[in-house]
Design a binder for this molecule. Sequence first.
Ligand SMILES: [Fe+2]
Length: 148
Amino acid sequence: MYCLLFAPNSTANYSIIVIPKYEEEKRVIIMTKFPTISAPTFVRDPENASDYDAKHAPYIEIDVIDDIATITVTAGYYVAHPNDPDHFFEWFVLQAKDQPIAHFVGMPEVVNPIMTVEVNLPPGAVIEALAHCNLHGTFKAEAVIPEA
Ligand SMILES: [Fe+2]
């Protein structure tokens, strides 16, 4: 798996500073393109969702220290998702108010991928994580940046 990080958009209401947190810095690529996202399935309550929705819903964990939020997105957290060459998560996106933060590209040899980025966002900012299964489409979850 590798990660594509997006430069902050100057028209955003607030700035987003992306701090790569990868052991191999060379695997992080700064870019401005963003995958096309069409009508994701919003899984509002994955713990009470069907197995189908729960296995595709991204799980978002946020830990705030000072002004930096460490956001971890896990796939297959609620219910294990297949991770075979013909059925796997192709990509993940983390965004705030439609402002892209990071785009992770999945590979089928990674089981239950876990992705972490650090950003500075104000408390109350809504974070969206999207997970795209090559067979079943895109699924979305939301979380709110808590107070430190
Ligand atoms: Fe799937």
